[in-house]
Design a binder for this molecule. Structure first.
Ligand code: SAM
Length: 260
């Protein structure tokens, strides 16, 4: 489909390639072809399955695929060759599918609560030839207590799933001690970051950076697990998002007059 209604100029694959080069990421022709195929699959299935609110090809390129490409420098810095990564709330596959195309050495496990989305993710993985890629239909709260997954991943990602403190609670139990969560977030983070820091402390983790990513449109919060997660976390399904740890701790601190 040509010509989107977006007021911004079309970015196209040359634009993605150019943006990648600016951050010293060089995409092979095969990777570009597969990113493009993924974009087309996402838009095609989206007409039936409501996988993403983004419906214009150019918007997918700019807002979804390019965002994942821009995570790559930090991803490469924190995720070693052959590592295992869990992505929760994968939806239509962001950022996990582009990252799996860009880092084929890494094993990805996606945890997604909605069945029709897992159907899409499995079909896309097969169509795109993603070999080290598996999809779990389930909730991160439950996988976090399942010994097949708890404490087994080198790193974690999640995009547009929950607030920072909820993500800390959902992801830290899944990663190994010393592992990291890489979380793309909006530019304005002040309250969330404060709550996230308190949640991280409770989960024996620490927020080590929240730098603005290349392109200047988003931040990447990096959380490192520094000790085993207390057994009570994550709490029951839905509670981490509804009653974020840092939120209640922040309220308690302010009502008791304690300083952070
Ligand atoms: N990450 C994708 C993206 O950036 O486009 C999807 C974002 S979508 C807004 C949030 C997704 O998270 C939904 O597909 C929802 O089913 C899933 N989700 C929310 N909470 C979850 C949980 N606790 N465990 C697994 N999946 C969850």
């Amino acid at each position: 489909m040509q010509g989107s209604d977006s007021s911004e100029p079309a970015i196209g694959w040359q634009g993605i390639d150019a943006a990648a080069r600016e951050i010293d990421v060089s995409l092979s022709e095969d990777q570009i072809r597969r990113l493009e195929r993924y974009r087309d699959l996402l838009l095609d299935w989206n007409q039936r399955f409501n996988l993403t609110a983004v419906t214009e090809p150019d918007e997918v390129d700019r807002r979804l695929v390019l965002d994942a490409v821009r995570m790559l420098p930090a991803f490469n810095a924190h995720v070693a060759k052959g590592a295992s990564v869990v992505d929760i709330g994968s939806g239509g596959g962001l950022p996990a599918v582009p990252l799996a195309i860009l880092r084929p050495d890494v094993s990805f496990t996606l945890i997604e609560a909605t069945g029709k989305k897992t159907t899409f993710l499995r079909a896309a993985a097969s169509e795109l030839g993603l070999e080290r890629f598996s999809v779990i239909h389930g909730r991160a709260e439950e996988c976090g207590h399942d010994l097949r997954y708890r404490g087994t991943f080198d790193a974690a990602t999640a995009r547009a799933v929950a607030s920072l403190p909820a993500l800390v609670e959902l992801l830290m139990p899944l990663v190994k001690v010393g592992g990291v969560a890489l979380l793309p977030k909006g530019l304005e983070l002040t309250g969330e970051l404060a709550a996230g820091e308190i949640a991280a402390e409770m989960l024996k983790a620490a927020i080590i950076s929240s730098d603005v990513m290349p392109g200047g449109e988003a931040r990447l919060v990096v959380v490192r697990k520094i000790g085993p997660s207390p057994k009570s976390y994550p709490r029951r399904a839905g509670i981490p998002a509804r009653e974020p740890l840092g939120g209640s701790a922040l309220q308690q601190r302010s009502s008791s007059g304690a300083s952070a």
